[in-house]
Design a binder for this molecule. Structure first.
Ligand code: NAD
Length: 379
């Protein structure tokens, strides 16, 4: 009895926490040491889609919070990109450097399979395509697998293309020409996405400031610049916020628009791939008040997601590129709505997502749930 009294408040609290989510599944496999949480936020538009993150969370609560927050974000991303998928995300509690094994990912694959297509997943922070080759042995509901296994391979190429289309749309909106070469850019992070964006901008003849903690990447892009009509200047990780660039391109970590940095930033626009760039929504308002155009990150970085969602129809890079190009018009539309309603661009993007979800809810009610968008299960 005493035990029940102790447990009760936690149970109530947990249901409060997951009140906005359709389903949360705790996965426990003592044999492999797997402890994971799969959060399904909303399947209005189709089955939930979202990567699986592996991280040494300090507590189950911390892992649950991350899964809930990230899965909700996926609902927005999928809806904003016109995908017939809802939002989901999984987290595996563990250190990706020490706690991985093929058996652990096979066990995880079995849990994903048990959801019978309500949740599709693939790589995220701390997990790799190789991990999901193991999970794929147990379930078909995996995407983002290597080309050798029938998947579409490295999705950072599509993400980088998405950033380029977003930059073109921003230039069109601000300068009445989508030409990339005549502007100055500041790129934070030359990893899988940032490096490809930098290469493309140099080829277009642009001037770029770059910063990365990895000096090798700086040297590589400087060498690359020699064969291009562009110019590269390296700056340290603090200076990148206050260069005299036209556009700041964050391609490293999140929350970089915060109380410390916001007053340093003097670009005309911010357009980057990093997830969750704004520390809080108030920072969107502050940017708006300062007259800095902010391209909502979940619109800009959707290229990779578009690719993994498309993979279920069979890999086809041309089709993915066409779909990714839609980022250009979506972003212009969001800029125009934000301008018309005098609201921050993030609010305009969120309203757009809400419209997509409401429209689908109306259709679901009208036709019955059986008529929801069709999605293909890989044979
Ligand atoms: P990555 O890990 O390959 O690259 C990140 C780079 O940022 C690394 O080179 C790292 O050294 C650098 N970096 C870290 N801290 C820095 C700092 N303080 N200053 C300067 N550089 C720093 O990651 P990625 O795949 O290129 O992704 C970049 C961002 O885009 C991440 O926020 C990621 O979540 C987001 N994103 C990536 C994809 C994708 O397809 N890869 C898709 C959507 C969103």
């Amino acid at each position: 009895m005493k035990q029940l009294e102790q447990i009760k408040p936690t149970t109530e609290n947990t249901f409060e926490k997951i009140a906005n989510h359709e389903q949360v599944m705790f996965c426990n496999d003592p044999t492999t040491g797997l402890q994971a949480i799969i959060a399904i936020h909303d399947t209005t538009l189709g089955p939930a889609l979202g990567g699986t993150r592996m991280y040494p969370y300090k507590s189950v609560d911390e892992a649950l919070e991350d899964a809930l927050r990230l899965s909700e974000g996926m609902t927005y991303k999928c809806a904003a990109s016109g995908l017939d998928f809802g939002g989901g995300k999984a987290v595996i509690i563990g250190n990706p450097e020490k706690d991985k094994s093929p058996a652990l990912f096979r066990a995880f694959g079995q849990f994903v399979d048990s959801l019978n297509g309500r949740f599709y997943t693939g790589t995220d922070m701390g997990t790799t395509m190789d991990d999901f080759v193991e999970a794929f042995k147990e379930t078909n509901f995996i995407n983002g697998i290597p080309e050798a296994y029938g998947g579409s391979g490295d999705s950072s190429i599509s993400t980088a293309y998405g950033v380029i289309y977003a930059l073109e749309a921003t230039n069109e909106y601000l300068f009445k020409t989508s030409d990339l070469g005549s502007r100055i850019y500041a790129i934070q992070g030359l990893g899988k996405v940032g490096y490809k964006v930098a290469e493309h901008l140099l080829e277009a003849g642009a001037q770029i400031y770059v910063s990365d903690l990895n000096q090798n990447l700086i040297e590589q892009i400087k060498t690359k610049a020699k064969d291009s009509s562009g110019e590269v200047h390296d700056v340290n990780s603090d200076t990148i916020y206050h260069t005299d660039a036209d556009i700041f391109i964050p391609c490293a970590m999140g929350a970089i628009i915060n109380d410390q940095t916001i007053n340093q930033i003097k670009v005309k626009a911010i357009v980057g791939s990093a997830n969750n760039q704004l520390q809080t929504l108030d920072h969107a308002k502050l940017l708006h008040n300062k007259g800095i155009l902010y391209a909502p990150d979940y619109i800009v970085n959707a290229g990779g997601l578009i690719q993994v969602a498309d993979e279920l129809y069979g890999p086809n890079h041309k089709r993915v590129l066409v779909k990714t190009k839609a980022i250009y018009s979506s972003l212009l539309d969001i800029y125009q709505h934000a301008d018309m309603d005098a609201i921050p661009t993030v609010e305009a993007a969120n309203r757009r997502v809400q419209r997509v979800l409401d429209d689908q809810k109306n259709r679901n009610n009208f036709y019955s749930r059986k008529r929801r968008p069709k999605w293909k299960i890989r044979e």
